[in-house]
Ligand binder design. Structure first.
Ligand SMILES: Nc1nc2c(ncn2[C@@H]2O[C@H](COP(=O)(O)OP(=O)(O)OP(=O)(O)O)[C@@H](O)[C@H]2O)c(=O)[nH]1
Length: 413
């Protein structure tokens, strides 16, 4: 069976059952807008309260066996806020019924429109496969941020496959491209990349690293929601004590998704916050602790020191933790994301990548570049700003999102 046919069988059927979600989306947006206004009010009140509050001494040095201070913990949202929250969740739950392929199709619209238009145009101009065709295809792939090395590798693979299958018609090459992209992504992993390795014997600790502005806080909030939906008991630790407003921003997310946030004041030792986070999560019998960190890429030595101290504290408290160190990258920064990934993987052991704002770029090929050039799996992708827009990465759904129009068109051919 052809690859397009396989993708169609897997995903198009799911799509056929879809209802029109536009009204639901509007509902969510309106509710979120109302809720955001409340968040802002809540935030300013909470900041005022914080200022009035006496700043308690914290476990600022490693090895200080202090219990978490309950007054620092932001508890679940108040009643009326919870009502709004429940309403949002209700609408979002319906929305979550959207198939994974639809999420990818919507999220990759920009990349698809640019990439697919160019490929279709190329196929229309070259009916038969030759060297010039491959040269132009190479340019299209590079312009989609697939990355020069990955493109070279892909083109070599394509040429071999075209020869092997004796393909003459350029339309057939589109199918081979989609097939090879999936091969590049999974490599030797046999399509079994685990999204999160959970600790089977207690608290799972997930560490989030990445430079400021990539959407780290939003991702942690979305992840908290996602894990809660899976029935996990979640706690967040506001370890980005460096960027102004980062702590409060995480607290807003905590309110929004109903997850407690362990915090200290701005400028305090991140390792101490994470330490308190672990103690608090343990005492609550939580399943997962999500740790935010600051990303000072400008100074690699500081970054390394800070991250290794945080990791040492986590490892000492829970042997084998952190269970995942997820690097958050902004897809819209293109090749810059690739160089950030290189720096962070030198500074710390990165187990997976969360690629945010994939919906905001026409250069979604960056997923392939990261996978092929760094050999780090993209475990999650951000496909929008809504709380439900964090998706676990699926290379088949990704390729489906890229080639959806061609799949539909190939049906008519
Ligand atoms: N369209 C889109 N926007 C996103 C996505 N992820 C995050 N954003 C937006 O990106 C902006 C920045 O995200 P934040 O989480 O606030 O990031 P930040 O606070 O600037 O920086 P850090 O938390 O330090 O990374 C926000 O407006 C988010 O809504 C995504 O997947 N898609």
């Amino acid at each position: 069976m052809g690859f397009f046919k396989k993708l169609k069988e897997k995903f198009v059927k799911e799509d056929e059952h879809l209802q029109d979600d536009s009204t639901k989306e509007e509902d969510v947006d309106n509710l979120e807008e109302d809720h955001d206004k409340e968040d802002e009010q809540e935030l300013s009140t909470s900041i005022e309260e914080d200022v009035k509050e006496e700043v308690t001494e914290t476990a600022s040095e490693e090895g200080v066996e202090e219990q978490p201070k309950e007054e620092e913990v932001v508890e679940a949202p108040p009643v009326e806020e919870q009502e709004v929250q429940e309403e949002i969740e209700e609408v979002e739950e319906v929305e979550e019924k959207e198939s994974i392929s639809t999420k990818f199709k919507k999220g990759l619209a920009k990349t698809r429109n640019s990439f697919a238009t160019k490929v279709n145009d190329l196929v229309a101009r070259y009916r038969t496969v030759d060297e010039d065709f491959f040269e132009e295809l190479e340019e299209i792939l590079i312009s989609a941020d697939v990355g020069v090395n990955t493109v070279m590798h892909l083109i070599d693979e394509l040429k071999m496959e075209v020869k092997r299958r004796n393909i003459k018609d350029t339309r057939e090459v589109r199918e081979v491209i989609s097939e090879k992209l999936v091969d590049i992504y999974y490599g030797n992993d046999d399509e079994e990349i685990e999204e999160i390795t959970f600790n089977q014997d207690g608290l799972t600790v997930l560490l989030f690293v990445g430079v400021n502005g990539v959407g780290k806080t939003t991702t942690i909030g979305k992840m908290a929601h996602r894990l809660k939906q899976q029935g996990k008991n979640v706690v967040m630790a506001a370890g980005d004590t460096f960027r102004a407003g980062a702590i409060e921003q995480l607290e807003v997310w905590g309110d929004r998704v109903g997850v407690p946030v362990i915090r200290h004041s701005e400028g305090s030792d991140p390792a101490a916050v994470i330490y308190d986070g672990i103690q608090s999560a343990k005492s609550k019998g939580a399943d997962v602790l999500l740790c935010d960190t600051a990303g000072r890429l400008q100074n690699k030595v500081n970054l390394m020191n800070e991250l290794s101290k945080v990791k040492r504290v986590i490892e000492r408290e829970i042997p084998g933790a952190p269970h995942e160190s997820l690097l958050v990258l902004d897809a819209t920064t293109g090749q810059n994301a690739l160089s950030q990934a290189k720096t962070f993987s030198e500074a710390t052991n990165v187990s997976g990548i969360v690629l945010t704002k994939l919906d905001g770029t026409a250069k979604g090929g960056i997923v392939m570049a990261i996978r092929n050039e760094l050999d780090i799996p993209v475990k999650f992708v951000g496909l929008g700003e809504k709380v439900t827009d964090l998706q676990s990465f699926d290379a088949h759904a990704f390729v489906y999102g890229l080639f959806a129009d061609m799949l539909e068109e190939s049906e008519q051919e």
